[in-house]
Design a protein around this ligand. Structure first.
Ligand code: MSP
Length: 513
């Protein structure tokens, strides 16, 4: 079995400070990366910044900086966000790096070689903010301005000499690929959108610009700058040391297992990118997953509405595990979802503090008080104890399946339910009643509940890594043992060592906070 797994986030425009939407894409990808690692995969997780193009050049000019200096500064804020969000990315790519130039040049040359590029003149609409070309029927007039129907951003008329990619020639090849690879675009609804778009017919794509200079020049015609999307998409290969296709990284990790992206950039990833790759005679990624939008109080977050939730503020005030958990619990992956401070607080209190947090704290303090701080051995488990333990063990395959289908919400629901059941079991079994009259029974109850805490913590570790590590370390399970395969093992609990101390896991949030 192929035990390598390559997962990517979009590379972010360093045009302003990172916001919740960026944090969301990255957190989702990190959760899948972490899950695959504890499943035993050798994971490569890539993120980075997309630094060329007119949008960045303009933003730099506005700030009176040269584009490189501007990118150096803002890219650094995205790099530090990876630490703040506790991401486990193995690499951080910047499109202004040498390794990326080499790779983009090779892609361009391969497209020339395959005969899929020609020189002509582009005239049409362009949105600098989206770095995208739009057809006449994709724009509307709003307050006297032409804007894109899908993104609402302003478009301008462009007329200039341009190299074109023969995208029109790839319509059938793409449709064929979608048909043969049902999971290439997920979720299903997005797949349908892409298929019907491609079926309407594809136009050749302008892949160079001459009206600005910030980007990678076309190899044999330096007055042209390569279209920023052709440049940006290639990052996924640059990080594998492409064009050296004999490189161990390229050999191990291409084709990528999954590109995690937002739905707004689906067309680039599900149409342009596979077409470029087919033309370049390279294998296609296995999956493109387009998640929905994070809305703030039902509205799209935007500077003008003043409803932007700053991920860094939230992490500082409530904690990173809390933000990670909330985003994936609250928003159904694939659909748009609204977030609010009110819901965040409720979620921290109900799911984290009252459920999982409370379970761990009360069980550990009971063991400290009554069992000399050691997890008791169990002489015999009742059918009910076994049923509880087996319920998680027997569902491991189902849970892996949910993650492989990116069904994070169902996954979390199941795991939270295990935690709920464990709390209930502890209440209903009343171990305190057996302390004197039947210590063996008390020990079996405690053993059962710690086994559950161990397994629930392993399952939650990709989502709330800091808290689960604290819990597992308290029961003397080391980081290297945080593995899915250890859910099935009965002998991981060490009865000889004392429990470590555990601070409060999740502080309850008061309502006026
Ligand atoms: N630079 C391109 C991506 C190139 S990938 C080869 C880009 N960058 S971006 O910074 O504008 O956006 C990056 C990601 O953030 C996109 O996937 C986008 O969908 C996501 N989000 C930005 N705002 C968002 C929300 N409000 N909600 C969820 N994600 C959104 O596009």
């Amino acid at each position: 079995m192929d035990k390598n797994f390559y997962i990517t986030t979009p590379i972010y425009y360093p045009s302003g400070k990172p916001h919740m939407g960026h944090a969301y894409s990255s957190i989702i990808a990190d959760i899948f990366a972490r899950f695959k690692r504890i499943e035993g995969y050798n994971v490569l997780f890539l993120t980075g910044t997309d630094e060329h193009g007119q949008k960045i050049q303009k933003e730099a000019e506005k700030n009176n900086k040269n584009p490189k200096q501007f990118c150096d500064e803002i890219s650094e804020t995205f790099r530090s966000l990876t630490k703040i969000l506790n991401l486990t990315n193995d690499d951080f790519i910047r499109t202004t790096e040498q390794r990326h130039y080499k790779s983009v040049n090779e892609i361009w040359n391969r497209l020339i070689k395959s005969g899929d590029i020609y020189l002509d003149k582009y005239s049409g609409w362009y949105s600098v903010s989206d770095e995208a070309y739009y057809d006449e029927d994709e724009i509307i007039e709003k307050n006297g301005k032409k804007v894109s129907l899908s993104s609402g951003s302003q478009v301008e008329w462009v007329e200039e000499e341009s190299y074109f990619f023969k995208l029109s020639a790839f319509q059938n090849k793409l449709l064929d690929h979608y048909k043969k690879n049902k999971d290439f675009i997920l979720p299903q609804s997005r797949r349908n959108e892409v298929i019907s778009f491609v079926k309407k017919g594809l136009k050749d794509l302008s892949i160079s610009r001459t009206s600005f200079s910030w980007g990678i020049p076309v190899p044999d015609n330096k007055k042209h700058i390569i279209y920023v999307w052709l440049d940006a998409l290639t990052n996924y290969l640059s990080a594998l040391n492409f064009p050296n296709t004999n490189d161990i990284k390229y050999k191990s990790f291409w084709p990528a297992n999954i590109h995690i992206i937002g739905k707004d950039i689906l067309r680039f990833h599900a149409i342009f990118w596979p077409a470029f790759l087919i033309a370049a005679k390279l294998p296609l990624p296995k999956k493109v997953f387009g998640h929905g939008w994070i809305l703030s109080d039902e509205k799209k977050m935007s500077k003008s509405l003043g409803n932007i939730l700053d991920p860094i503020d939230i992490v500082n005030n409530y904690g990173i595990d809390q933000l990670r958990y909330y985003l994936v619990k609250e928003v159904s992956l694939g659909n748009d979802g609204s977030v609010s401070m009110e819901n965040l607080k409720n979620c921290i209190n109900n799911d984290l503090a009252n459920n999982y947090g409370n379970l761990c704290q009360r069980v550990f303090s009971f063991i400290k008080k009554n069992c000399n701080s050691k997890i008791p051995k169990s002489k015999s488990l009742t059918t009910n104890d076994k049923k509880l333990i087996d319920n998680i063990k027997n569902n491991v395959q189902t849970l892996i399946g949910l993650i492989n289908k990116q069904n994070l919400n169902e996954y979390i629901k199941m795991v939270v339910n295990f935690s709920f059941e464990a709390n209930k079991y502890f209440n209903d079994s009343e171990p305190w009643k057996f302390k004197d009259k039947d210590p063996d029974r008390m020990n079996s109850i405690l053993y059962t509940i710690v086994e559950q805490i161990k397994n629930i913590s392993i399952l939650l570790s990709p989502i709330i890594p800091i808290s689960t590590k604290k819990v597992l370390n308290t029961i003397n399970i080391s980081d290297k043992d945080i593995l899915i395969e250890n859910i099935k093992k009965d002998n991981l609990l060490d009865n000889s060592k004392k429990l470590k101390d555990l601070d409060i896991l999740f502080k309850k949030i008061e309502n006026d906070n």
